[in-house]
Design a protein around this ligand. Structure first.
Ligand code: NAD
Ligand code: SER
Length: 310
């Protein structure tokens, strides 16, 4: 029997839905409380409607369920954040402060908070981007994630908070829809390939970005959270790598299954965001510290995406 009681905040999003499924399997359904600002139809219980910005309500839910660990997923992603920068800062930062403070007070034992490749910026080396390098993000999302990383490390060093984090690349899965990021095209393309055998991409053909198939990302998250505390040497956030590809390459991978598939390009404001991010990530620290290793390459991911979406 698990002695952990887990709360996922932002559980109805792209990552939360798949993370909840996996945590329930590992810890037992009753020990994983889902929560989100919006309730879905057929919402799986236990579930609480919870706004991370409402600190009192967060305390209430944590106390009610005797929560020991929180996975904080509520945030505005890169493209949405550019449209509403003030609110993005408020949500992405204050949500994190509420959880860090509860861990500082000893109410929570362990916290997971995701960062992003968006912490890097146009002055970062773009190929095989190292864990430690120049970081001058120029999107509000990236700035909030970088500040969040600094706060996580600070709370760990000053107050001993057990906070763990991964700089996710763009995540691709078939079970849930993406929530307003620059890498969302790599999910939409599979849906459109099956629906209409064509896709109009908002990034140009050569835009190579780091990506990852969702089951790899969920496994990385849980492996990091279950690693012994002494193995988790980085308390800002870990680089992890999966696959790097551009729109032309994912289209070619889809054509191996749907030969008539075509891609066209109509770039928008998200091109500038993508151009400020790395093309590939060096994840040697995660491999060394807690044994991270991705499983899916582009063609393996295309195969499972198309099989499942069909
Ligand atoms: P998402 O937008 O799909 O899901 C976020 C969820 O949070 C939504 O269900 C939303 O309803 C909920 N939410 C919004 N405001 C809330 C509030 N005030 N209180 C409670 N819940 C609220 O996002 P996601 O893709 O699942 O991302 C989760 C986390 O992972 C974010 O921090 C994001 O920055 C990070 N991340 C995601 C990716 C990716 O490719 N998906 C990549 C890097 C980092
Ligand atoms: N997938 C995310 C986004 O595009 C990266 O953090 O915003």
């Amino acid at each position: 029997m698990s002695t952990e009681k887990i709360l996922i905040i932002g559980s109805n999003g792209q990552i939360g839905l798949e993370l909840a499924e996996n945590l329930r399997k590992n810890y037992g359904s009753d020990n994983v409380v889902c929560s989100d600002v919006r309730q879905m139809e057929n919402q799986i219980e236990p579930f609480e409607v919870l706004d991370i910005l409402d600190k009192d309500r967060v305390y209430e839910v944590v106390k009610k369920h005797k929560i020991t660990q929180v996975y904080l997923l509520a945030a505005l992603l890169s493209a949405t954040a550019e449209k509403n920068p003030k609110f993005a800062w408020d949500l992405n930062m204050n949500g994190l402060f509420h959880i860090l403070d509860m861990a500082k007070e000893g109410i929570l034992k362990k916290i997971y908070w995701p960062s992003s490749i968006a912490v890097f910026g146009p002055t970062t080396p773009r190929l095989n981007t190292p864990q430690y390098t120049v970081m001058e993000p120029n999107t509000i999302y990236g700035i909030s994630k970088q500040a969040g990383e600094r706060y996580c490390e600070y709370y760990h060093q000053k107050y001993g908070v057990d906070v763990r984090s991964i700089r996710y690349p763009g995540l691709i899965g078939w079970k849930s829809a993406p929530g307003g990021g620059t890498t969302d095209y790599a999910v939409h393309i599979y849906h459109q390939a099956l629906k209409q055998k064509s896709y109009e991409c908002f990034l140009n053909a050569q835009t190579t970005l780091p990506m990852m198939y969702m089951p790899d990302a969920i496994r990385a998250t849980i492996e990091l959270m279950e690693a012994p505390a002494e193995s988790v040497k980085i308390r800002s956030s870990y680089n992890v790598a999966g696959i790097s590809f551009n729109p032309e390459e994912i289209a070619a991978s889809i054509r191996k299954h749907i030969p008539e598939f075509t891609i066209s390009y109509n770039v928008d404001f998200r091109q500038a965001i993508a151009d400020s991010w790395p093309q590939s990530i060096n994840d040697s620290e995660a491999r060394k510290d807690w044994g991270w290793k991705p499983e899916f390459d582009l063609d393996a991911m295309t195969q499972v995406m198309l099989d499942n979406l069909r």
